[in-house]
Design a protein around this ligand. Sequence first.
Ligand code: ATP
Length: 356
Amino acid sequence: MLEVIDINKTFDNGFEALKAIDFTIEKGDLVCLLGPSGCGKSTILNIIAGLLSPTKGDIKFDGRSVVEVEPKDRNIGFVFQNYALYPHMTVLENIMFPLTVGPKKKDKAEAQKIAEEYMKLTNIEELADKKPGTLSGGQQQRVAITRALVQNPEVLLLDEPLSNLDARLRLKIREEIRRLVKEVGITTVFVTHDQEEALSISDKIILLNEGVVQQDDDPQNLYLEPNNLFVAKFIGNPIINTFEAEVKGDKLYFDDYSIPLSNFKEDRFKEKLVDGKYILGIRPEDVHPSASGIFKAVISQVELIGRERILNFYLNEDRFKSIVSVEEQIDAGMELAFDFAYKKAFIFKESGERVY
Ligand code: ATP
């Protein structure tokens, strides 16, 4: 429904911010553009909105190219990080405003009726007469989203909409946004650098780095089947354990240990491993204390995070993390043997490409 086709963006200073960006978003889906600061998320959003033009490529809504269409004629709702509400207008006036300007403007009574319907949907009816300056961040965000929806746009664009809210409110509002956009059935593009936020609300995630799509997939696949080392490290908290490793013959060596390649699951190898250097990746929940474990290590630190404990330990210089249930009485200083779930491990080439 929303197609971003082979987009490149080179700014006037010669910086190539986007390289061959290509993805499709189905009607009614909520998709997150995710990635570290500077990876190009806002640039893509601005190109979809028409605030920036691409150097190359096309944008289509329902099969129609919109690159030549003015932003105001693209039928888009845009919610900015800082909400951009009009301070001198009440909440109701803010929400009515887009309905009272432009070629399709409604008379005042009609605009108010529509605004009030949407305010019911977003649960802000009681804020109608307040000025934005007197509202909390969460309330302002609801008003901004309502103002975007009231125009009945084809596509809703949200640029880091929760970044000005405290942690608890972020959780609440992100659930509300998901519920709301699903209820309205609007195609939504949500920009965030927070992987947990993206995992929790998206139908699909487009993970970017340095202007290149690293993976375009459903949230579960990003975690379980990362395309490359960047994706494996970006998704998951605590971060995946990674080690320099070497394949020689039929064994994989790392630190003082060696693992027969036959311990890994044969059909997960994307190619036969030739001798050379690799990076072994294993998620903290796949490293377990086990009486028959192959590594022994002293726990250096234990972090309690609610129902789980994160155990930190070192094998030579390499720091490992293992997640266990809070019920396991393990404290710093204890020596334990560990094993890991080879079948769930990953092996990457030095270039980052995943081979297992
Ligand atoms: P953030 O999360 O920090 O907002 P982002 O992923 O949204 O980051 P963009 O704002 O899209 O990143 O910027 C992508 C890259 O393009 C950055 O390196 C940025 O410095 C660069 N950039 C953005 N606008 C311009 C411009 N007008 N001229 C030159 N470079 C630009």
